[in-house]
Design a protein around this ligand. Structure first.
Ligand SMILES: [Fe+2]
Ligand SMILES: [Fe+2]
Length: 196
C-alpha cells in the first residue's frame, strides 16, 4: 500500500509543469478541500491529495485528451467524444492509479468524477467537488456560487443539488450536451437533500 504522502510528492512534482493560472486554481481548491474535509470528518490528507490531483489533465487540448484517454485505457462515451474536456477527471484518476501508485478508492473517485459528480459519491468526493466549484475566483466571477459555498459546510447534498441544477440549466441554455452521469448525480443529490 503506497502512502498518501508518497503519492502527493509525485503529484506536486507534476503540478509544477502546469500553467501558472491552473496551479493557482488548484491551490485555492486545496485550501477549501482541507477546510470542508474538517467540517465533514473526512481525512484531510486524502482530501488535499485529491484536490491537488484533480486538474492534472485540465490544460490539455482535445487531441491530447483523446490521446491520453486511449493510452490509459479509458473509452470515451458519446458525450465525451463531443466534449473531450470531460475526460480530464478520468485521465487524472488514471495517472494517480496507474502511474503514481494511488490505490485509495475514495481519492480516485473524487478525482475521476470532480466535473460531473456521480450517484452515491462519497463524502470525500463531495468535499473535493464543492471545493473545486466554489473556490474564491470562481465565486467572484459568478456570485450565484456564494449560495453553493455557504451551504457546503452544513449541507453538502443541498449544495451539490443546487450547483448541478444551475449548471445543467446553463449547459442546456447554451446548447451543450448533458453528461448522463451529471444528470443522474443531480437527481440523486436533489433526493438526498430533501431527506435532510
Ligand atoms: Fe477540472
Ligand atoms: Fe478544478
Amino acid at each position: 500500500m503506497v502512502a498518501i504522502d508518497f503519492v502527493l510528492h509525485k503529484v506536486e512534482a507534476a503540478l509544477k509543469e502546469l500553467p501558472p493560472g491552473l496551479q493557482d486554481h488548484i491551490e485555492r481548491a486545496r485550501v477549501l478541500a482541507r477546510l470542508f474535509a474538517g467540517a465533514h470528518s473526512v481525512n484531510v490528507a486524502k482530501a488535499d491529495l485529491a484536490a491537488a490531483a484533480h486538474d492534472l489533465a485540465r490544460a490539455y487540448d482535445d487531441a491530447k485528451q483523446f490521446a491520453e484517454a486511449g493510452r490509459l485505457g479509458i473509452a470515451p462515451n458519446a458525450v465525451e467524444r463531443e466534449t473531450p474536456l470531460l475526460l480530464h477527471g478520468p485521465i487524472a484518476a488514471e495517472y494517480l492509479r496507474q502511474e503514481m501508485g494511488c490505490v485509495d478508492a475514495d481519492v480516485l473517485e473524487a478525482v475521476c468524477w470532480h466535473t460531473t459528480c456521480r450517484v452515491g459519491m462519497g463524502m470525500l468526493g463531495q468535499v473535493v467537488f464543492l471545493a473545486d466549484k466554489v473556490e474564491p475566483h470562481k465565486v467572484a466571477r459568478r456570485p450565484f456560487l456564494e449560495r453553493v459555498r455557504d451551504l457546503a459546510p452544513n449541507d453538502p447534498s443541498g449544495a451539490i443539488a443546487l450547483y448541478l441544477t444551475d449548471e445543467l440549466e446553463r449547459l442546456l441554455r447554451e446548447g451543450f450536451l448533458l453528461h448522463p452521469i451529471a444528470v443522474e448525480a443531480r437527481n440523486h443529490f436533489v433526493v438526498q437533500s430533501r431527506k435532510r
